[in-house]
Design a binder for this molecule. Structure first.
Ligand code: AMP
Length: 418
């Protein structure tokens, strides 16, 4: 397999899939350029080699073509600034042939938002009366998707995928396009390489003990991850809102806490499975409970399994913070996804902060720590801990699917694995 480091792109046309799906304010200003910065090492390498760089990405979920609110033209000035070079723009990703042909060595061209075309995702637009109609429209879109992909592939001699954030999607630009390039002409960018290495450290090359922390609001959305982690970890801390589904399943009372009554059996099954597999399941024995879902609510500390009527658990309590921290510090491999409480409100951040502190300390003592998922990354940034852990993943959904044990289409398309 080719690698970006061992390839000299001088004089070559290179099409790179990046994730420039950055948040914009109402005036089209970028409010967080993390994703753009993430792709810079790859873009700079190709540019500095003297390659003819063609950059493609999606932005948002446009419903028509064109849809100016989602135009990638808005990111061009900032990309120019970041790369320190002029960046050209093609205002239709399918009609850039003349601009591509005119590129000189070291030139940079950004293509308009790929998702202006329904061919990018392969999901037909519009309303369908029946599932059959929708399936037929999807089938009819297939050959068009192939032609759309070929147009993109024909622009370049090399394909580089550096968009980990969309690696779990089998879209034209993230996976299908790779079939148009042989193994010496397609490769991962630096960001993808880093993300894949990070996933391997928690899925394959595991140093023990392995402690996984899964938090967030619901257990139902994390079932597959929990199931897969139970086959790998030594300790599994389940925290956040899902605590209360477990407490109720065990016969506790949870007041107004978030609780998934349809998943009580599932919680029981997870507890049993953990026992069978020798995994130590760790739950919060005490909680910070509030009399309203508000930062200004009255609070008290109660056992998580005995929350009075009219109160709800919004964070883990002090005993749990201590217990979780002690477990985390045993870890040599640590994976953290999902906050321990409603960290968006200042009065309920203490639990997540305690987890973060423990992860930072374990990392200092030689553990490998991977942080992933939008909320957890926001947490770590809020606490200023991002550079004190081993790796903060840029891929929300993609990382979660990788932890579920799935092969990501964007990765398989390059490596050829099934
Ligand atoms: P998820 O999207 O499932 O990863 O959940 C993330 C969200 O879970 C965050 O917005 C937190 O505010 C929320 N969360 C964490 N703990 C609780 C809790 N005890 N009750 C309600 N929401 C919670």
């Amino acid at each position: 397999m080719a690698t970006i480091d061992s390839t000299n792109f001088n004089g070559k046309k290179v099409i790179v899939r990046v994730d420039f799906n950055v948040p914009l304010d109402d005036n089209g200003n970028i409010t967080d350029d993390t994703r753009m910065r993430g792709a810079l090492p790859t873009l700079n390498k190709i540019h500095e080699d003297g390659g003819k760089l063609i950059i493609m990405s999606h932005m948002g979920r446009p419903k028509k073509n064109p849809d100016p609110k989602f135009s990638l033209k808005q990111i061009v000035p900032h990309l120019s600034e970041l790369m320190g070079t002029e960046v050209q723009f093609a205002d239709d990703c399918q009609k850039a042939q003349a601009q591509v042909a005119a590129l000189k060595d070291g030139d940079v061209l950004v293509l308009e938002n790929l998702r202006f075309y329904e061919e990018e995702t392969g999901k037909p637009r519009g309303e369908f009366a029946t599932d059959e109609e929708k399936a037929a429209a999807k089938k009819a879109l297939k050959p068009k998707q192939q032609a759309f992909t070929k147009t993109l592939a024909d622009y370049a001699e090399y394909y580089v995928n550096d968009a980990f954030g969309t690696a779990h999607r089998k879209h034209a630009s993230t996976a299908i396009i790779a079939d148009f390039f042989d193994k010496d002409h397609k490769m991962f960018g630096y960001l993808m390489e880093k993300e894949i290495a990070a996933v391997n450290k928690v899925m394959k090359d595991i140093k023990r003990p392995f402690v996984a922390i899964m938090g967030g609001s619901k257990v139902s959305t994390k079932i597959e991850i929990i199931e897969n982690l139970l086959t790998k970890v030594d300790y599994l801390i389940l925290t956040g809102g899902m605590t209360y589904t477990f407490m109720k399943a065990a016969g506790g009372t949870v007041g107004n806490s978030i609780c998934e009554n349809d998943f009580l059996d599932l919680a029981d099954r997870i507890v049993k499975e953990a026992k069978e597999k020798g995994v130590e399941l760790v739950l919060a024995e005490d909680s910070v409970v509030a009399d309203a879902f508000s930062n200004d609510a009255h609070t008290q500390i109660t056992p998580s399994k005995a929350i009075p009527d009219g109160w709800e658990g919004l964070d883990i309590g002090p005993k749990s913070r201590e217990k979780f921290a002690a477990v985390i510090k045993k870890g040599k491999t640590i994976l953290w996804n999902g906050p321990a409480g409603v960290f968006e409100m200042d009065n309920f951040t203490a639990g997540s902060r305690a987890l973060g502190d423990a992860v930072v300390e374990a990392t200092k003592n030689g553990a490998y720590s991977l942080i992933g998922g939008g909320d957890t990354v926001a947490c770590v940034n809020k606490f200023g801990m991002a550079d004190k852990v081993s790796y903060v993943s840029t891929g929300g959904g993609a990382l979660l699917e990788a932890i579920e044990g799935k092969t990501l289409p964007g990765i398989a398309a390059i490596t050829g694995e099934e």
